[in-house]
Ligand binder design. Structure first.
Ligand SMILES: [Zn+2]
Length: 368
């Protein structure tokens, strides 16, 4: 498999279209065409992690935080990023990043954090605005299966764990081809009536051009007619943060102790909420203060994230237990999720590619 193919596997889980516009995901260093045999996953590209890659003969490093985030004017081996790029290239190690696309997908960063805290019934906290369209195509009835199948193979018709979902209604299509046309049915210049099926399927935005191309390829007409509608539905697959419940409510004190243990967090900063017992908990891995109002609106008893500023604590105080467990601590579990996801993919695709989490992942922030 090439790096490009591995990046596409990640995109199936965390589509690149979910990422923030200013983010820099995908290939950071190397070549998309390069075949991959051994992968290491980490949170950041650091010298220790790169040294581990060298000692383990790794050809691809997958990280959550992009190595190159803002534009760089030179690759200077005397600065941190320049030195890392030099070392990676010298040792023929490629790097790809899956950042905010992994933040905004189901089973991504926040979902993993919720699982780590042993929450149940986990859902996306702030579902994304619709990322879906409905496509309706008019097909002569004998060709319905062929067109539906090729659209489904290109990514249409997936609803939850079901695929090949469609709805079909029959009706009469009419047309009159110009003199230059070569109609599949009928004669140029004559008014025709044909029994057709209106075939409707749901399509995620990022599959739309693949699906319309597949539709055109499989449709017998010279000019297939189809409509595309935006769908005003919230999706349960993509969005910010996650929310879940404990089987049994915990006291505030026990809850804070629980976070500390599960996230290996040495230092938790918090303000108390309005509830003595904590049962419903919202989380956001990394920096999630912007989701505090969503956590309050969702009636969460507590909100766990990182990088919380003083003013956010003031805002939350007495309303919701707000706990800052650290950016690193609330995100690092995603590395195992990346490893497990790709490991399972490689098994089902019968690919002999090794993948593991780096052992040199360290929180650069220390506490005294
Ligand atoms: Zn982060």
């Amino acid at each position: 498999m090439t790096i490009k193919e591995i990046n596409s596997l990640i995109s199936e889980w965390a589509p690149k279209e979910l990422a923030w516009e200013k983010d820099n995901i995908g290939l950071q260093v190397g070549s998309y065409e390069k075949p991959v045999h051994k992968i290491l996953a980490a949170l950041d590209v650091t010298i220790d992690v790169v040294d581990e890659c060298i000692s383990k003969n790794i050809d691809l490093l997958i990280v959550h935080h992009p190595l190159i985030f803002t534009s760089i004017k030179s690759i200077n081996s005397n600065d941190r990023i320049g030195e890392l790029i030099f070392k990676l290239i010298e040792n023929r190690i490629s790097v790809i990043a899956a950042h905010t696309n992994l933040d905004f997908t189901k089973y991504g960063v926040s979902y993993t954090l919720a699982q780590k805290l042993e929450l149940k019934n986990i859902k996306i906290l702030k579902p994304a605005e619709s990322h879906f369209k409905k496509i309706a195509v008019f097909v002569p009835s004998d060709y319905t299966e062929k067109v539906a199948e090729s659209m489904a193979n290109a990514g249409a018709g997936v609803i939850g764990n079901y695929d090949y979902c469609s709805f079909r209604t029959s009706g009469i299509g009419t047309f009159k081809g110009g003199k230059e046309t070569k109609p599949f049915i009928g004669t140029p210049g004559e008014f025709e009536k044909v029994e057709e099926i209106k075939l409707e399927m749901i399509v995620p935005d990022w599959k739309l051009s693949d699906v319309t191309n597949a539709l055109r390829r499989s449709h017998p007409y010279e000019e297939p007619a189809f409509d595309i509608y935006p769908l005003e539905i919230e999706t349960e697959y993509y969005g910010g943060g996650a929310i879940g419940t404990f089987e049994e409510a915990l006291t505030q004190k026990k809850f804070l102790q629980h976070i500390k243990e599960k996230l290996n967090s040495e230092n938790i900063k918090y303000v108390e909420g309005s509830q003595d017992k904590i049962k419903t908990v919202a989380v956001c891995g990394g920096s999630g203060s912007n989701l505090i109002p969503d956590a309050v609106a969702a009636k969460a008893d507590a909100f766990v994230t990182g990088d919380v500023g003083y003013h956010s604590f003031i805002e939350a105080n007495g309303k919701i237990l707000l706990a800052d467990a650290g950016h690193f601590e609330t995100e690092v579990a995603i590395v195992e999720s990346i490893v497990n996801y790709l490991k399972n993919k490689f098994i089902s695709l019968k690919e002999n590619i090794q993948i593991s989490a780096a052992t040199q992942i360290k929180n650069p922030i220390q506490n005294i």
